[in-house]
Design a protein around this ligand. Structure first.
Ligand code: CP
Ligand code: NVA
Length: 310
């Protein structure tokens, strides 16, 4: 995988995802045991942020430190990009200094443009369309809890957004069944659903899109939700809060799933909107492991793209 970009989960195949998760698991174990693993000694990650972040920034930065490398935070106001330097010229320049670039941007095409002109790996740290690093951590968390991915029922309740898209791609590659419940008109893009359905047909999984949360969570091993208003959609807030009301993940919904269901959320959560306090703080919640696994999964990804998988 050395030298490749990761803009979307569909850039990977099932074997590559599995290798990343295996490495992530062993790096996690070593970290917990206090063992150091300076695999990226002397390497630098440039991190471009056009949107705010808690988890992505801190997990990438800490991850690079733990790997013996270094990360540089580049906000829009720090870069000449904010004053009109082109994405292409930014990519060409940064490539001469750093060993990989992580970017959190609005338009997915901007991430593609960055990758096109970068001679070092570009990692998508979230765009309006994809959030692949989140999906890697999510798959890691699900596998950690259930010991497998194949055959599990994952229910997505809420907006068919960037996090949904990446998890859908990941589940479809790994043979997990992905049941989406979202209001009509808020589904993931049709071409991505088609891609995921094809990919699920090959892996033995299933992708299903519907509008009823109760139906989607039937026999669910995992219930996943995310905010109803993503970054950049603030103007639609009022309308969205109304449309998504019946998509709340609360106790009555999780009681309709399997008894050992886990509840996931990429965070930040809007408590009382898409998820209740009782559920996010309750015994089914896996959200803090999920947040932690961002770091372990991304460390494995950084090693794979900068150095190559062992
Ligand atoms: N889940 C996630 O990407 O969180 P941040 O926006 O805090 O990075
Ligand atoms: N869908 C959310 C995810 C945040 C991590 C957003 O794009 O704002």
């Amino acid at each position: 995988m050395k030298g490749r970009h990761l803009l979307a989960i569909h850039d990977l195949n099932a074997g590559e995802i599995e290798s990343i998760l295996n490495l992530a698991e062993s790096l996690k174990k070593e970290t917990k045991e206090g063992k150091s693993h300076e695999i990226l000694h002397g390497k630098t990650l440039g991190m471009i942020f056009a949107k705010p972040s808690t988890r992505t920034r801190v997990s990438f930065e800490t991850g690079m430190t733990q790997l013996g490398g270094h990360a540089i935070y580049l906000g829009m106001n720090d870069l000449q990009l904010g004053r009109g330097e082109t994405i292409a010229d930014t990519a060409r320049t940064l490539s001469r200094y750093v060993d990989a670039i992580m970017a959190r941007l609005f338009k997915h095409q901007d991430a593609e443009e960055l990758a096109k002109h970068s001679s070092v790996p570009v990692i998508n740290g979230l765009t309006d369309l994809h959030h692949p690093c989140q999906a890697l951590a999510d798959l890691m968390t699900i596998r950690e809890r259930f010991g497998k991915l194949k055959g599990l029922n994952v229910a997505w309740v809420g907006d068919g957004n960037n996090v949904c898209v990446s998890l859908m791609e990941g589940c479809s590659l790994m043979g997990a069944n992905f049941h989406v419940a979202c209001p009509s008109g808020y589904e993931p893009p049709a071409e991505i659903i088609n891609w995921a359905k094809n990919s699920a047909a090959k892996s033995g999984g299933l992708v299903e899109i519907q509008t009823e949360p109760e139906k989607a969570v039937r026999n669910a091993d995992v219930i996943y939700t995310d905010v109803w208003v993503s970054m950049g959609q603030e103007e639609e807030s009022k309308k969205r809060l109304e449309i998504f009301k019946k998509y709340q993940v609360n106790r009555s919904l999780i009681e309709k799933a399997n008894p050992n269901v886990i509840v996931m959320h990429c965070l930040p959560a809007h408590r009382g909107q898409e998820i209740t306090d009782e559920v996010i703080d309750g015994p089914h919640s896996a959200v803090w492991d999920q947040a932690e696994n961002r770091m372990h999964a991304q460390k494995a990804l950084l090693v794979a793209l900068i150095k190559g998988l062992p």
